[in-house]
Design a protein around this ligand. Structure first.
Ligand SMILES: [Mg+2]
Length: 238
């Protein structure tokens, strides 16, 4: 089966597949307070950034010098807090899967030429918790994804996923065989950095109208047009 895989679709998580709700930001506040003894003095804009990048921006905001192990310690605490929120049902109760996501992922999973995985700023554990809270995990091959825990620079993540596809599934694809699906200019940047195509979705902080100005390969308001989105992402796979 592996030999027929021709397309890798890399999905962003927040604002693209799911909306995690208030808990997504609150775990950063709580983890920083636990690690530093005081809460953040403001909120860092998180859209499109990797988790380690967000933690470093918080440390800058709080004028705290980054010392060895501090960022990793905060990230571990964030993972514990999100895991607890997933177990208690708080994550599922406060968030949602975005329109059309389950249908598109299910349809793509039925096409053996296509693998869907994640490309997200979330550390891997949190990405899994967030999609699983809304039942989307069954259509995603997490092992070949790329995460904020792999690199703080999102623009380096498409090659990480491609090398995992090769090592874990024995499939060698190039960046031109990849679609990145996301909700921010940063998702487009990381696709362009790799030479991959990009679909932007207006379900996060940016409207489809704003995203349309960026020059992505395609822009939609949301993913509810199942046939149209599947056709786009599985195009030219004769
Ligand atoms: Mg996003």
């Amino acid at each position: 089966m592996a030999a027929v895989i021709r397309r890798l679709v890399l999905w962003d998580v927040d604002g693209t597949l799911v909306r995690a709700g208030d808990i997504g930001g609150a775990v950063f506040d709580r983890a920083l307070e636990a690690a530093l003894g005081k809460p953040p003095t403001g909120r860092v804009r998180m859209s499109g950034k990797t988790d380690p990048q967000i933690v470093r921006e918080y440390l800058d905001l709080m004028e705290i010098e980054e010392v060895d192990g501090l960022v990793d310690g905060v990230l571990r605490r964030i993972e514990e807090l999100l895991s607890a929120a997933a177990s208690s049902g708080e994550l599922a109760a406060g968030g949602e899967a975005l329109p059309g996501t389950a249908e598109v992922l299910e349809r793509l999973a039925a096409d053996e030429r296509v693998v869907s995985s994640l490309l997200t700023g979330n550390i891997a554990a949190n990405a899994l918790l967030k999609v699983a809270a809304f039942g989307l995990e069954r259509w995603l091959d997490f092992e070949v994804g790329a995460y904020g825990s792999d690199h703080a620079d999102r623009n380096l993540l498409v090659p990480v996923a491609l090398s995992r596809l090769k090592s874990a599934r024995g499939v060698e694809l190039g960046p031109g065989d990849v679609w990145v699906v996301g909700d921010t200019p940063r998702d487009l940047d990381c696709a362009r950095a790799a030479g991959s195509r990009c679909l932007l979705v207006g379900t996060g902080r940016y409207s489809a109208g704003d995203l349309a100005l960026l020059g992505a390969d395609a822009v939609v308001g949301d993913l509810s047009d199942t046939a149209g989105v599947v056709e786009l992402l599985a195009a030219d796979l004769a």
